[in-house]
Ligand binder design. Sequence first.
Ligand code: PMP
Length: 292
Amino acid sequence: MGMLIYLNGKLLPEEEAKISVFDRGLLYGDGIFEGIRIYDGRIFKLDEHIERLYFSAKAIMLEAPLNFYDMKNAIIQTVRSNKLKDGYIRLLVTRGSGDLGLNPARCKIPTLVIIASKIALYPESLYEKGLDVITASTRRNLPESVNPAIKSLNYLNNIMAKIEANNAGVPEALLLNQEGFVSECTGENIFIAAGKTVITPPVSAGVLCGITRSAIKDICSRLNIEFRETNFTRYDIFNADEAFLSGTAAEIVPVVSLDKRIIGNGKPGEITKSITREFRLLTRTDGVPVYE
Ligand code: PMP
């Protein structure tokens, strides 16, 4: 049996889960989404993801079709009916379908889709070796435009940067903001480490307030590693001892070079490794159980 997809209150076989060509998610990227992991039958940081979805919705004046409790149940039901133990959930809400005009006033019924499936972002070898990264010429969009803190369906900016990475033959690209400070990579937050300090750009630099990023902050406090949110530049990455990225799909992945400058000794560093170990433990012990 194929996958079951939640679409507007119904669990449908994948072939039947279709949305209108007039859906604003398609026509204008007018919507929001979340990516959530399932580890060993538990949904990791589910409440945090739903909360961020509501924050995104509020910022774009979109009313989510379900309340928190029903949203949580719909997600759990979707995972359960697909019998997934380990996987990835894509949750998205669009403003629904209207006509071809830009004005959203006529869209009354949002579209809600929940897909419970699998994801593998990078091959395992890259986690062991670390990533080579380039700086994209595409800048992160301004917080005064569509704020990068909103996890909107408008990812074209990030996709442009990813195309630059593909063209350069590397797996990931770094985006700077308009001031030239580091913001994040195409789908991951970035961190540098030196001594016993981990630094990541503040949300005001134009980054998504990553849920993995928050988990790393907690882990640092447990490991007695100082965690700071400070603006920094490419120069600081070139000269850091270590660098790594975090995201729900990517988890924690070491970065070993930026624009051909080798970071540290060119291998995944000890701080990165110890945070990764703690993160793996957390993902195996924390989370909302689906089958209990
Ligand atoms: N930044 C961007 C642009 C993202 O799309 C994501 C999510 N893939 C992240 C950072 C990481 O956020 P999280 O840890 O919540 O997945």
